[in-house]
Design a protein around this ligand. Structure first.
Ligand SMILES: C[S@@+](CC[C@H](N)C(=O)[O-])C[C@H]1O[C@@H](n2cnc3c(N)ncnc32)[C@H](O)[C@@H]1O
Length: 337
């Protein structure tokens, strides 16, 4: 069993095709040592079960346990649950979602990392079936209060039991964190909720892959002259902030498999739902031409954010010398200005 990388999922995935059958889809977020996840898959052979986890050692453990148990109804995703949900899950796909003992992120500076908030619940609601079940458990008093607040405020879910949470659940599969908490007498809280019938607007559009960026600029400058003028503080704020970091000399293959001298610009693009660190290339061509493109190393996804970053680099390059001229581009974004 091998996990999918959350950054390489199709947007969205066809889970029926991936599992090779159509069945109710269950998701566990942050499965840790995978004890609960494996039992969930074993106890529900008629469900397609997915586990998403950000920690690689946990993924490796789950891969081994899944293989050992011969679980064909289990798939794993390595990466951030928000990305897996936003990009990888079709609308109204998930029949059950389990979030067991999510990290509480106590420090004020880390509060924004808390998984469960109003926006996350809206995302979840858009990917869950009507009447889909949402199960959350925590032993952290602060997070319990926070979850209570956001669940009570959400328009898209309702409690299945009446109260916001229960203080006991004797039926459930226990998790490692739960057993640890119970062993030292720490109370656990169980939120048994479900999707209500309030329609949810999908404000979490699927990211789109577009063409690899390709910008041709006529310039009398050599690569050395370009790199001499490079300023590492080159950045662009806005809806999709872009930061160009280091610039390196490199050699790339062109479309005819010819080696070309090039500059490689390490670039960070803060784009929802998937921030990317990519390499943009400035490739030297004959006839005083350079081509700005995207280096393929690291499986970059050519999104609109990548086009924005390429446009930004092109604008900088054009500004270096008044003889520089744009001859061609295929960008889905504005290049001038
Ligand atoms: C406190 S542990 C609980 C593990 C397990 N559910 C249990 O109850 O024993 C929280 C888990 O969530 C994972 N996690 C934290 N943030 C995540 C995210 N954004 N996406 C996926 N997993 C995440 C952590 O790596 C960790 O394994």
């Amino acid at each position: 069993m091998q996990a999918f990388d959350a950054t390489r999922l199709s947007w969205p995935m066809d889970w029926d095709a991936t599992f090779g059958r159509s069945a109710p889809l269950y998701l566990e977020i942050g499965f840790g040592n995978a004890q609960f996840l494996i039992d969930l898959a074993l106890q529900n052979p008629d469900a397609n079960v997915i586990g998403v986890e950000i920690s690689l050692p946990s993924i490796k453990k789950a891969e081994r346990k899944g293989t050992r148990n011969g679980l064909s109804n289990l798939k794993l995703i390595h990466g951030d649950a928000r990305l897996a949900l936003w990009g990888g899950m079709p609308l109204k796909a998930l029949e059950r979602v389990y979030i067991n003992f999510p990290d509480p992120w106590h420090k004020a500076a880390h509060h924004h990392r808390k998984l469960i908030n109003g926006r996350f619940l809206q995302l979840l609601a858009s990917r869950m079936t009507d009447a889909g079940l949402l199960e959350i458990a925590t032993d952290d008093p602060g997070y319990q209060e926070h979850i209570t607040e956001v669940l009570e405020a959400t328009a898209y879910f309702k409690s299945r039991t009446g109260p916001t949470y229960e203080t006991e659940d004797l039926e459930r599969i226990r998790t490692k964190y739960e057993l640890k908490a119970l062993a030292i007498g720490r109370p656990c809280r169980y939120f048994h909720w479900m999707r209500n019938n309030t329609a949810v607007e999908n404000i979490f559009e699927y990211p789109k892959e577009i063409d690899m960026p390709h910008i041709v600029i006529k310039t009398p400058l050599s690569l050395d002259q370009i790199s001499d003028q490079y300023d590492r503080s080159l950045s662009h704020s806005g809806d999709t902030p872009v930061r160009h970091l280091q610039m390196y000399r490199t050699v790339v293959m062109d479309e005819l498999k010819e080696q070309r001298q090039a500059l490689l610009v390490e670039t960070h693009i803060t784009e929802d739902p998937m921030p990317q660190r990519v390499g943009l290339t400035i490739q030297q061509r004959p006839n005083q031409e350079v081509i700005i493109g995207l280096h393929e190393i690291g499986f970059p996804r050519p999104t609109e954010g990548v086009h924005l970053a390429a446009a930004h680099l092109a604008r900088w390059l054009l500004s270096l010398d008044e003889r520089n001229k744009l001859t061609h581009h295929n960008l889905a974004v504005e290049l001038s200005g």
